[in-house]
Design a protein around this ligand. Structure first.
Ligand SMILES: Cc1cc2nc3c(=O)[nH]c(=O)nc-3n(C[C@H](O)[C@H](O)[C@H](O)COP(=O)(O)O)c2cc1C
Length: 340
């Protein structure tokens, strides 16, 4: 039904400012869910479940972080067929994000540039929303970050704060080290800083596991803008530090793939089809180094079943999408979930 409606809706949405279209789309989804419209979508299992890190994913397709920053649209998004939904990035305190406009469509290449800057209502609000999600039967990841005005030296305190509060409602936690829109954040991908952060978060994971009798796996989300020596060093850090899972990748600062397009030079991270190749190179390089010892969620530029299969061939166990939802519509989720 939604798959059939979207081609008609898309030109209307694309006439709006991108952020207004986003807000409107999410509000419409929540309304459709509340009045039972989405009940018309079939509930049949879309594929065989996948076991990973002690978790049972109903299928391999997930929603990438950043679409549902506050976790208030989980049930409605779940109806589209996602096996897992990653909410956030959330920070300890609410923050407004960067000044608008901060979201740009590069239509010819099915890409987006964003510099949202972690606009969100804070961890307490998000935990409230997640605990009120009812109908979604997939898994919920919570992606955590630091506030803009927290310096990197004390970033660990922000991650710990979010981790403790998110623990009881998250199936997994994703530590965002790779948003290009929080000044300095990507410096946490430098091997030494990353090792220190991982050690402290693993220590907290043990404490929380003991006190709650429930273990929540820790994923780190990394950038596609890493060179082979950096990837080698980071892989060592992840293996030595006992990281549970990796999410590869976030958006890129590289504009080579969209040179000359309108909005290509806007500051921010590029996502969508032009990211696929670069993101796959980084995914493959990590998969080689980690040789199956740390599972990877592949994300970046997937807009077809063939792209999703390619992520698995590069070494991913699960796949997330974001930008292609906007260009291809919500019908894509079921198509991918069934096909993988
Ligand atoms: C508008 C927008 C906002 C995003 N916000 C976040 C975020 O808050 N945290 C995060 O880890 N990734 C964020 N991302 C990155 C996506 O999760 C994903 O890694 C990236 O877009 C590549 O996937 P795609 O090509 O399928 O969109 C955002 C992406 C977009 C387009």
């Amino acid at each position: 039904m939604l798959a059939a409606l979207y081609p008609g809706l898309r030109p209307l949405l694309f006439r709006l400012d991108p952020e207004r279209a986003h807000d409107l789309g999410m509000a419409a989804l929540r309304l459709a869910e509340r009045i039972g419209l989405l009940d018309l979508l079939e509930h049949r299992e879309l594929s065989k479940p996948v076991e990973l890190l002690g978790l049972r994913f109903p299928n391999r397709i997930g929603l990438a972080a950043g679409l549902d920053k506050n976790g208030n649209t989980i049930d409605a998004l779940g109806r589209l067929g996602f096996g897992f939904i990653e909410v956030g990035t959330v920070t300890p305190r609410p923050q407004p994000g960067n000044p608008k406009p901060r979201l740009f469509r590069l239509r010819e290449t099915e890409a987006i540039v964003n510099r949202m800057g972690f606009n969100n209502d804070g961890i307490d609000a998000l935990v409230g929303h997640v605990s009120r999600a009812r109908s979604f039967r997939g898994l919920i990841g919570i992606n955590i970050g630091r506030n803009k005005d927290t310096p990197n030296e004390s970033a660990v305190e922000d991650y710990l704060d979010c981790m403790r509060k998110a623990w009881r409602v998250a199936d997994y936690l994703a530590v965002n080290l790779s948003s290009p829109n929080t000044p300095g954040l990507r410096e946490l991908q430098q091997a030494e800083a990353c090792a220190r952060l991982l050690a402290r978060l693993k220590q907290e994971q043990e404490i929380l596991t003991r006190s709650t009798s429930r273990r929540v796996p820790l994923f780190f989300k990394i950038a596609p803008d890493l060179d082979p020596p950096q990837i080698g060093e980071l892989a060592r850090v992840f293996l030595d530090g006992g990281l549970d899972g990796l999410i590869a990748t976030n958006t890129t600062l590289d504009r080579k793939a969209v040179a000359g397009s309108r909005h290509a030079e806007e500051t921010g991270g590029l996502s969508g089809r032009p990211l696929l190749r670069k993101s796959n190179e980084v995914l493959s390089a990590f998969a080689d180094q980690l040789s199956g010892r740390i599972p990877i969620i592949g994300v970046g530029g997937v807009s077809s079943l063939e792209d999703a299969r390619e992520k698995l061939r590069c070494g991913a166990s699960l796949v997330q999408i974001y930008t292609s939802l906007i260009y291809r519509g919500p019908g894509l989720v079921r198509e991918l979930a069934r096909g993988l």
